[in-house]
Design a protein around this ligand. Structure first.
Ligand code: GDP
Length: 454
């Protein structure tokens, strides 16, 4: 494989910058431009050390650097790898990268270092995917689950399941070759039992995806209410910044605004929607329809009412939307009213409600507390169980479950040796999880989401 290089630190100014080189010629190429008292030739390199020196472009000194040396196979990519720690200016990093490229490396594709780690057998695909989620994690909980996967928890389970299936397969094949050893009935019972256990284990993994996908993609919480009820003010209070435009003119949020919020270690996607009211205005109408759809699709709804105004048809519509969903009612503009008479309709919903004044920022903490309470159950990872958060993995598991269910069904009517091909298919399918049997497009799709230099 070619020797590749890239800047691995984030673009922009930083304390240090790192340029990574990996491949057979990594050391040789570095030494063309690196001068130090300790390392003058390849033989001087001691793996896992950091050496001080200077990078030269011909006779011009470009930067003072520290270089980390990793010798194959003990590196991120399993190849010879160096990391040049430069001063973190974008020009100096670019100059050194250019120098490295000119001396015989090619620019790495996004995720190519990790791809090499995978292709060289250092990590399997479940670990690759967990690195991707560690890089992009939006919440502590997602990070925690990804960390478990990076330790190889899912990988080990998959290997274990595969070994059991291989045992069955070998056993069946021996029986085909030496039919005199036939012990069919007893075998069948044992094999059915083993396969059933595998099935229930896989079903357990599959069932965690409900929670896993929510942790990865975020919990959707929509804010609905009639125009001017205080939706944007609530969003701003939650975000603690002026994101949504707050005005006195009705209908200013004509479309939805979505923001990420981290509440209690969980990623919350908070969506401020268009105010719901009767209107003939075309654009507004579309916004309202969209608001209703968003609310119906979200995990939680916060319905906000302006209690300084009489309860009306629009409010009734909102109660209708929240009736079937987990929701919290905010009785907003509390500061404007003296005697509060809670409308019967709201009382009858049986839903939790709180009095708020978004203008005076009162009640925001209660909203956060409610979201925390409602999402607490997602933190099921207390036992550090495996949680499936990647859709690709979930799909493979679902396919395997279907295949195994079919085998068990078949076994009720056909002899055990007739399912060996199907068991082999299951093993091949399971191999997709760890990446031993995976299509190029799938790999490209996974590595596409990595950044340059990773
Ligand atoms: P939206 O249309 O539902 O997003 O409502 P906004 O958040 O844009 O608020 C509409 C108007 O009501 C703005 O002038 C806000 O300052 C005001 N407002 C929002 N919440 C309160 C509140 O609790 N009390 C009072 N007095 N005014 C509020």
């Amino acid at each position: 494989m070619e020797t590749i290089a890239a800047i691995s630190t984030a673009p922009g100014l930083g304390g240090i910058g790192i340029i990574r080189i990996t491949g057979d010629k990594a050391f040789e190429i570095l030494l063309k431009m690196f001068k130090s008292t300790k390392v003058k030739k390849i033989e001087d390199i001691v793996p896992n050390t950091i050496i001080y020196g200077k990078i030269y472009d011909d006779s011009r000194m470009v930067d003072e650097v520290l270089v980390s040396f990793f010798k194959s196979p003990n590196s991120y990519t399993k190849e010879d790898l160096v990391e040049i720690n430069t001063h973190g200016g974008s020009i100096v990093m670019k100059e050194i990268l250019d120098l490295v490229l000119r001396n015989g490396t090619i620019l790495a594709q996004p995720g190519e270092f990790t791809k090499r780690a995978f292709l060289n057998g250092r990590i399997d695909l479940t670990k690759v995917e967990s690195i991707a989620t560690i890089l992009n994690a939006k919440s502590e909980e997602e990070l925690r689950i990804s960390g478990e996967l990076l330790q190889g928890k899912l990988y080990n389970k998959v290997v274990n399941i595969k070994e059991k299936l291989m045992d069955i397969l070998m056993h069946l094949e021996v029986n085909i070759d030496y039919p005199e050893y036939d012990t069919e009935e007893k075998d069948k019972e044992e094999i059915v039992e083993t396969i059933s256990k595998i099935l229930s284990e896989l079903k357990k993994f599959e069932s965690t995806f409900d929670v896993g996908s929510k942790i990865k993609d975020g919990i959707k919480v929509s804010i609905i209410g009639r125009p001017n009820a205080g939706k944007s003010s609530l969003l701003n209070n939650l975000l603690n910044k002026e994101r949504a435009i707050v005005t006195e003119i009705e209908g200013t949020t004509r479309d939805s605004i979505e923001e990420d919020l981290n509440i209690n270690g969980i990623n919350i996607k908070i969506i401020d929607t268009a105010g719901i009211r009767e209107t003939d205005e075309k654009v507004e109408k579309i916004g309202i329809e969209r608001a209703i759809t968003i609310a119906e699709k979200s995990d939680l709804i916060i319905a906000i009412f302006d209690i300084s105004k009489p309860f009306n048809e629009n409010d009734r519509k909102i109660l209708d939307i929240i009736s079937k969903k987990e929701s919290l009612i905010l009785l907003n503009k509390y500061d404007l009213v003296e005697d509060i008479e809670l409308p019967e309709e709201i009382k009858n919903t049986g839903k939790e409600y709180i009095y708020t004044s978004m203008l005076e920022k009162k009640g925001t903490e209660d909203v956060i507390e409610w979201i925390t309470k409602k999402t607490e159950s997602l933190k099921i990872n207390k036992n550090n169980d495996i949680i499936i958060i990647h859709e690709r993995q979930k799909k493979v598991i679902t396919d395997v479950i279907e295949m195994i269910e079919q085998i068990l069904k078949d076994l009720e009517i056909i002899p055990i040796d007739m399912v060996s091909e199907n068991i082999r298919d299951v093993i091949n399918k399971i191999n997709e999880l760890t990446g031993e049997n995976v299509k190029e497009e799938v790999l490209n799709e996974i590595f596409k989401n990595f950044c340059l230099g990773k």
